[in-house]
Design a protein around this ligand. Structure first.
Ligand SMILES: NC(=O)c1ccc[n+]([C@@H]2O[C@H](COP(=O)([O-])OP(=O)(O)OC[C@H]3O[C@@H](n4cnc5c(N)ncnc54)[C@H](OP(=O)(O)O)[C@@H]3O)[C@@H](O)[C@H]2O)c1
Length: 254
């Protein structure tokens, strides 16, 4: 039977590249993002598979539940969940809009956690399933000037690794994808395009391909790119205070 993947943040960047990878492998898709016109365009571009689009702002409390209920009403079982939607913001914590930062926590953490909960119950019943949570290399250290974003991704990584261990020995896997700077709309949304951290961004389709391969192998954590891997390892062996200084340095202008 044809499997179905639900992808959040499917309208651009990594999410859009995941859509292409799953479609190529013949998956049916449930695509979630806010821009309904773009979702419809993507659906039209994929005539050979069944595509359900759900236009939803996942930062609104209750939105993740509404998405899941819509899949249930349509009788869709989610075989693969890709929690990809997320955004960052550059600036001092106290100077950034607090509502935007709270929305970031709602999207990057709360919606991801809730969708995982709802999808996991069906996966456990069917004794099969895969979950890909998009974290970041930001997960490995504190991030001055993007404090809430880095902390949100630390949550995603810790949560995914813990869940993966809870599910060890079952046929349900959880993979955390940790990209470094990647060429998508993220840089413009977060206002980080002119920073040192974005001076070497990886191609989005390359990052998505590596994440997809790791997901299909059931790997726990994948850091994309040699430099990013070295950075993640370095952060593990550095005092956290020093790692925070390095993160602050790379958040500075080129
Ligand atoms: N690019 C990087 O350098 C980088 C590095 C590490 C990790 N990441 C992570 O990768 C993931 C994907 O980001 P990206 O780089 O592909 O950025 P992107 O091009 O800006 O894509 C973000 C996606 O999320 C959707 N989205 C944003 N807010 C939403 C909301 N409130 N409700 C539902 N959907 C929402 C957007 O669609 P709509 O606007 O249509 O809602 C879009 O499809 C994020 O979790 C990000 O933190 C990115």
């Amino acid at each position: 039977m044809t499997k179905t993947a639900l992808i959040t943040g499917a309208t651009s960047g990594l999410g859009y590249d995941f859509v292409q990878l799953f479609a190529k492998d013949g998956y049916n898709l449930v695509l979630v993002a806010r821009n309904s016109q773009r979702l419809q365009e993507i659906k039209k571009s994929l005539p050979k598979i069944e595509v359900t689009v759900i236009a939803k702002d996942l930062s609104v409390p209750g939105a993740a539940k509404e998405v899941f209920e819509e899949t249930e009403r349509k009788g869709i079982a989610i075989d693969v969940l890709v929690n990809n939607a997320g955004f960052g913001l550059m600036g001092k914590f106290d100077e950034l809009d607090i509502q935007k930062q709270m929305n970031m926590i709602s999207l990057n953490i709360a919606a991801l956690t809730e969708l995982t909960h709802y999808a996991l119950s069906g996966m456990k019943l069917r004794e099969s399933g895969r979950i890909l949570n998009v974290a970041s290399t930001a997960a490995f250290q504190p991030g001055p000037l993007m404090a809430v974003y880095y902390a949100s991704k630390a949550f995603v990584l810790s949560f995914s690794e813990a869940l993966s261990e809870e599910l060890a020995g079952s046929r349900v896997t959880v993979t955390a994808l940790c990209p470094g700077a990647t060429s998508t709309n993220f840089g413009a949304v977060a206002n980080v395009e002119g920073t040192k951290m974005f001076s070497r961004a990886m191609a989005s389709d390359d990052v998505a391909k590596k994440g997809y391969a790791a997901l299909m192998k059931g790997k726990r954590v994948i850091v994309t790119g040699g430099l990013n891997k070295a950075g993640a390892i370095g952060a593990k062996f550095m005092p956290r205070s020093m790692a925070a200084k390095v993160a602050k340095y790379v958040a500075g202008e080129k």
